[in-house]
Design a protein around this ligand. Structure first.
Ligand code: UFG
Length: 350
């Protein structure tokens, strides 16, 4: 298995996964509309390949287009087939991912995330491409789930973004059931990916004002006039702030590589797998670690709780670690150092 198509390959997790695959001698077909990402990412991926003194950049091919355009995606599969070297598998990241925005404009989320996924899998089916890694999210779990959360926990997303992720998982279940002798599918449920590539060449590049904690910590560290708002100081946790499972984005990328290898070497299956470290960190602990390792000040103030937040969301990662024989290896310190280096070197993003 060598030729892998990555949708949303210029995004945060997508770009790191492209690097991991290229470094492991895959040929990567990077597909992106660049609506929420920048084409500059491509040059950065190529620069990382150069840094490694490798010629691996030649294995990257870029296709600009929208998955809602079925002809666009079908052309890529058809041309690969004609070349005698078909696409062997797909990692599907493309999709909208902002929780707040999904509440404000749910139909856009359904339209973008579901239509594009339906087009993709129907074209995969037509071209007998049967290996798919889908970018799901821990947001599929219900607030009722107590941490550490296992994959068989109750599923009950609390926002339209999460509903689209769970719906795509259900579509994939049905597709698998239709012909379980064909499909090799994994739905990876990410917890909280942060950090950046150690080169500082690629990292998280939110369009507009970020909503997630880590980019906001970076912004507060950059600008002494910006105070981070911590949502609630009265949660029933060690220090009153919410607990999450932060994982280095390069570990998440390697998780995709391991999943691809697993699916390729085993019989047909549909897997649902947590991608997290299994370690909980509070908001205050993350700020403390970030400030300490980077020797910066992060000003903050406490505000009221954010609607829809949960006290604690931490993965039980025993399934992924035993099945893939893989555990995330980078520490919270690494995440803070790499994430800050990326931000410092790319203050205005791409
Ligand atoms: N937080 C603050 N202040 C902020 C932003 C966040 O205190 O300005 C806190 C939140 O209350 C939460 C923690 O920081 O306790 C993390 O919040 P994020 O918004 O960074 O992340 P979430 O855990 O809420 O959600 C993330 C992704 C979702 C994904 C989910 C999976 O944004 O897309 O993890 O668990 F679905």
């Amino acid at each position: 298995m060598k030729r892998i198509l990555i949708t949303g390959g210029a995004g945060f997790i997508g770009s790191h996964t492209c690097v991991s695959l290229l470094e492991n001698d895959y040929e990567v077909y990077l597909v992106d509309s660049f609506v929420n990402s920048s084409p500059i990412v491509i040059n950065r991926i190529l620069s990382i390949c150069d840094l490694n003194n490798s010629n691996l950049g030649k294995n990257l091919k870029v296709f600009k287009g929208d998955l809602k355009d079925k002809v666009f995606i079908e052309d890529i599969f058809s041309n690969a087939d004609k070349s005698g070297n078909p696409i062997n598998g797909v990692i599907h990241f493309a999709g909208l991912k902002a929780v707040n925005e999904s509440v404000l404009n749910p139909l856009r989320y359904w339209q973008e995330n579901i239509f594009s996924s339906l087009n993709l899998v129907s074209v995969m089916k037509k071209y007998n491409c049967n290996l798919l890694v889908f970018s799901s999210s821990a947001t599929v779990y219900g607030k009722e789930s107590s941490s550490p959360i296992k994959e068989n926990s109750y599923l009950n997303p609390s926002n339209p973004y999460g509903n689209t992720k769970l719906t795509i998982e259900k579509i994939l279940n049905d597709l698998y059931d239709e012909n379980s002798n064909i499909w090799k599918i994994a739905c990876l449920r990410y917890f909280n990916p942060i950090g950046a590539h150690t080169s500082s060449l690629i990292g998280e590049n939110p369009v507009g004002m970020p909503n997630n904690l880590f980019p906001l910590i970076c912004n507060a560290a950059l600008d002494n006039n910006t105070k981070l708002k911590i949502f609630g100081s009265d949660w029933d946790t060690i220090d009153g702030t919410c607990i999450r499972d932060y994982i280095h984005v390069s570990d998440v990328a390697e998780g995709h590589l391991k999943t691809l290898e697993y699916l390729n070497n085993h019989k047909t299956n549909i897997l649902k797998m947590n991608i997290g470290t299994g370690l909980g960190t509070s908001v205050l602990e993350l700020i403390e670690t970030f400030s300490r390792v980077n020797k910066v000040t992060v000003d903050y103030k406490f505000t009221s709780r954010r609607d829809g937040d949960s006290k604690e969301i931490v993965a039980d990662n025993s399934f992924s670690s035993s099945l893939l024989n893989w555990i995330p290896k980078r520490s919270l310190e690494d995440m803070c150092i790499d994430g800050w280096n990326w931000k410092k070197n790319n203050v205005n993003g791409f």
